[in-house]
Design a protein around this ligand. Structure first.
Ligand SMILES: Cc1ncc(COP(=O)(O)O)c(C=O)c1O
Length: 387
């Protein structure tokens, strides 16, 4: 039995999306910018996909710009808005310390080019206090970027409130909704943002397909020069089959949103309660009451997360750590560090992220296997017990 609990990394492709993509690869090879029959066929399919993606986030199809990924959508939002606002003299950008690298590294790149950047700190809840943003804003702030749901701990940020605060100071607001789209209701109007990024492979679409929603009237300077695709906002021939797959996945996600969210929340809570009850010295990271329904991030005291991940993989259970292994050293998760958790807790955390294929029987197997695996690792551990 193999159990996949890493849906925040990526999801399997929805069967109907896969089937539609395969057909598109074979039959819809025309360039959607071509005026002849072949081009128009491809364009019509792309327009359907645009409508489905727009519907998933409560937007108009004409406001959706297709990209190659969530990463590209974040880059286009942040770099595009920063460049467009440069002549206004506003040279300050604000984000949170728990963002994905797609946002954090874009901020770092802009800082190297002379932009002033502020990284907002968090507390252990993993939820940004609106006052933190209020204090950080200045008359020079051009853009605020705060994610909707966090990829490691699943916490949901008060985006509507944060966007209103940013707007009151004349700043634009971007949200990275890669981990919330398809998991919980996402509506660009209710959130009150100006820009919103999403990615197909987090909601059972293919990898290499994403979108940026740009509110009508918001001006961005595209960073790729080339053709006039995507209404002059993103040059380059569209990945037609991938984007068609994203459209199908978006429609599927929308039709299942409430039922699947409720099902996953029950399974996730069963898993979490089972682990906390059967494995001593474990703690859930981040606020438990404001999370996407599929995510649980748990610290296992005196266990190195990487060892636990490998031990679980040998048992057929796929999970992930927030830590990244760079040049042989294990770096604690930047998200957990930004939440001010002690370093050992940031190094012994495992993310369980559930999805469509998971069953109660799978969750019960994980709960049955984990105590023995953790006991064994702890008996081998040289690290003393820490509170
Ligand atoms: C919150 C968040 N933003 C952005 C991305 C990047 O998306 P993509 O993999 O499509 O580039 C991810 C992917 O893990 C993510 O979790």
């Amino acid at each position: 039995m193999r159990i996949y609990l890493d849906h925040n990394a990526t999801t399997p492709v929805d069967p109907l999306a896969a089937e539609t993509m395969t057909r598109a690869l074979k039959d819809l090879f025309g360039n959607p910018s071509s005026v002849h029959y072949y081009g128009q066929q491809a364009k019509a399919a792309l327009d359907d996909a645009r409508s489905a993606v727009a519907a998933l986030v409560g937007a108009e199809p004409s406001e959706i710009v297709f990209t190659s990924s969530g990463t590209e959508a974040d880059n286009l939002a942040i770099r595009g808005a920063a460049e467009a606002l440069e002549p206004s003299g506003r040279r300050h950008l604000v984000t949170s310390g728990i963002e994905h690298e797609a946002v954090l590294n874009t901020f770092k790149a802009l800082a190297r080019r002379g932009w002033k950047t502020t990284l907002l700190p968090m507390d252990a809840s993993g939820i940004l206090a609106p006052d933190r943003l209020r204090e950080a804003l200045t008359d020079d702030t051009a853009l605020v970027s705060v994610m909707h749901a966090n990829n490691e701990i699943g916490t949901i940020q008060p985006v509507a409130e944060l966007a209103a605060i940013a707007h009151a100071r004349g700043a634009l607001f971007h949200t990275d909704a890669v981990q919330s789209t398809g998991k919980i209701p996402v509506n660009v109007r209710t959130l009150g943002v100006d820009l919103l990024a999403l990615s197909a492979h987090k909601f059972y679409g293919p990898k290499g397909a994403g979108a940026l929603w740009i509110k009508r009237g918001v001006r961005l300077l595209p960073f790729a020069t080339g053709g006039k695709q995507e209404r002059n906002r993103r040059a380059g021939t569209e990945n037609t089959p991938g984007l068609i797959g994203m459209g199908v996945a978006a429609a599927q996600a929308m039709s299942k949103l409430d039922a699947e969210g409720a099902r996953l929340a029950l399974l996730r809570d069963r898993l979490e309660q089972g682990i906390l009850a059967s494995v001593p010295n474990t703690e859930v990271n981040g606020a438990r009451d404001r999370r996407v329904p599929n995510t649980s991030n748990i610290s296992f005291d005196r266990v190195e997360a990487e060892s636990l991940l490998i031990a679980l993989d040998l048992e057929g259970i796929a999970v992930s750590t927030g830590s990244a292994c760079s040049s042989g050293t294990l770096e604690p998760s930047h998200v957990l560090r930004a939440m001010n958790l002690p370093p050992h807790r940031a190094q012994n955390s495992i993310r369980f992220s559930l999805g469509s294929g998971n069953t109660e029987a799978e969750i019960d197997r994980v709960i049955a296997v984990l105590p023995g695996v953790v006991r064994k690792l702890r008996s081998l551990s040289t690290v003393g017990a820490r509170g």
